[in-house]
Structure formats: structure tokens, C-alpha cells
Design a protein around this ligand. Structure first.
Ligand SMILES: [Zn+2]
Ligand SMILES: [Zn+2]
Length: 146
């Protein structure tokens, strides 16, 4: 192995360790809320087994690290419709149950509605079952579903 190759593989190993650490620390959340989880799992596995051997993989490694560092902000804007990730993250936090009645929750509700300036922040989001969600919007004067 040449010196430069050695340096490169050292650099990669450090990065792979970083990716693995990030992945492990967010694993539960990722498996529940990230659609690309299996792809990521496969990549981490590949890295640990074979290392990084080509340019494309190196780019992918950087990409995954970047994504995991920003997770769970990926795919979620502070305003506008909720992303899949924001929705899932709320449901994972609430244990997939309705915060009002404890039944399984399929829906996510903005406590301060978006029309009143409510943002897609965890503090403003809560998981509800469809019955409670409907009730909450019926009793509110400002009807603005989700
Ligand atoms: Zn409910
Ligand atoms: Zn709602």
C-alpha cells in the first residue's frame, strides 16, 4: 500500500466510525421514521465489512454523514405541510398513541394551527387518533385540519 493510499484509508476509517456512531445513536428513530433506512443500513454494513473502495462510495459516505447529522430535520421545513419525517418523528415521540385518549394514533395535529402561525416544531405537534382529531377541530372556532 502506498503512503497516500494508507492516509486515504485512515481518513475513510475515521469517517466510517463517525457514520456508524451517528447511525447507532439514531437507529430506533431512523428505523421508525426514515424511508431510506434499509438503504442506509446496507451502506453502513458494507462500510464495516469492505470499507470504502471507490469514489462513488466516498461521496455516499459524506452524504450519509451529512444527512445523519442533520436528522431529523431532513425533509422537513418549519412551515408548510408536514413532511413524512416530521409526522413520523412526532408519532415515535408519542409512542404511536393518541395523546388525548391513548388509542393508536394515525394523525398529527398542530396545537397552534398553521393558519394562526403555528410552526412545524416538535412542541407544536401532537399525535392524535382520527376521532379525537376530528373532535378537536369541531370544537375549535378556527377549523384548519392539520
Ligand atoms: Zn384519541
Ligand atoms: Zn389537526
Amino acid at each position: 500500500m502506498k503512503d497516500t493510499d494508507l492516509k486515504r484509508s485512515m481518513k475513510h476509517r475515521t469517517k466510517i466510525q463517525r457514520l456508524t456512531r451517528l447511525f447507532q445513536s439514531k437507529k430506533a428513530e431512523l428505523s421508525a421514521g426514515y424511508q431510506g433506512y434499509h438503504e442506509l443500513l446496507g451502506f453502513v454494513d458494507h462500510c464495516q465489512r469492505w470499507g470504502i473502495t471507490e469514489r462513488g462510495q466516498e461521496k455516499a459516505l459524506d452524504g450519509w454523514i451529512d444527512l445523519l447529522e442533520r436528522w431529523p430535520f431532513v425533509g422537513g421545513a418549519p412551515t408548510g405541510p408536514l413532511s413524512h419525517q416530521q409526522r413520523q418523528r412526532t408519532r415515535v415521540r408519542d409512542g404511536f398513541v393518541c395523546t388525548m385518549c391513548g388509542r393508536p394514533a394515525d394523525e398529527v395535529h398542530h396545537q397552534t394551527s398553521r393558519s394562526n402561525g403555528g410552526r412545524n416544531k416538535p412542541e407544536n405537534l401532537t399525535s392524535l387518533c382520527s376521532q379525537c382529531h376530528e373532535k378537536i377541530h369541531q370544537t375549535k372556532s378556527t377549523v384548519n385540519k392539520k
